[in-house]
Structures are given as structure tokens and as C-alpha cells.
Design a protein. Structure first.
Length: 101
């Protein structure tokens, strides 16, 4: 079997490569999809815009969860434990209002 036929070439445009800063993710779901809204909260500004929305199948959401977990473990092995600030309970970094899309 030729591996070159099975490879996918991924293109990254300059605009997407810049990335989008987010300090809040709102995760909701239905029976067929997970929706992750990435939001940017700014001090003193009452409105927080959704900067990006990602829609995933449940299977891909679970794969993403495992991939993030694996990468956090690798990060912490190299750089040390990631601390979370318990004082930020008023605005958690990830929340699922109602859990429905």
C-alpha cells in the first residue's frame, strides 16, 4: 500500500496562522454535534464577542479531548504543572450553559 496516496496535505493560510486569542470557551452540544464558541473577555468591557465557532461530531469532540489531554501531559512533563487560579470561579475558562446547542 502506498502511504503517499493516504496522506493529506494541510494548508495554513497566513490569516489563519495568526491565530485568534480566546480566554473563554463556551461548549454546548446536541445529540449530533458539539459546538465550541471561543470568546475574548476584556476587562471593563461588558460585551464579549465570539471570535470563532467550531462545530464537531461527538466522535471528533472525544478525539479532540484525548489529544488535548495528551498534549497537556507532554507540556507539563517539559515545563511543569499548569496552575489554575481557583479565584477565577466566577468566570470559569470553560463553561457549558445548559449543555445544549
Amino acid at each position: 500500500m502506498n502511504n503517499e496516496k493516504n496522506q493529506v496535505q494541510i494548508e495554513l493560510s497566513a490569516e489563519v496562522a495568526e491565530g485568534i486569542y480566546s480566554n473563554l470557551a463556551i461548549i454546548s452540544h446536541s445529540s449530533s454535534e458539539f459546538v465550541i464558541d471561543f470568546v475574548r473577555l476584556m476587562p471593563g468591557i461588558p460585551k464579549a464577542p465570539v471570535k470563532s465557532r467550531i462545530i464537531l461530531t461527538p466522535e471528533h469532540a472525544k478525539r479532540l479531548m484525548f489529544a488535548i489531554e495528551e498534549n497537556i501531559l507532554k507540556y507539563e512533563k517539559q515545563f511543569g504543572t499548569i496552575r489554575t487560579n481557583d479565584d477565577s470561579a466566577a468566570i470559569p475558562p470553560f463553561m457549558a450553559p445548559g449543555g445544549q446547542a
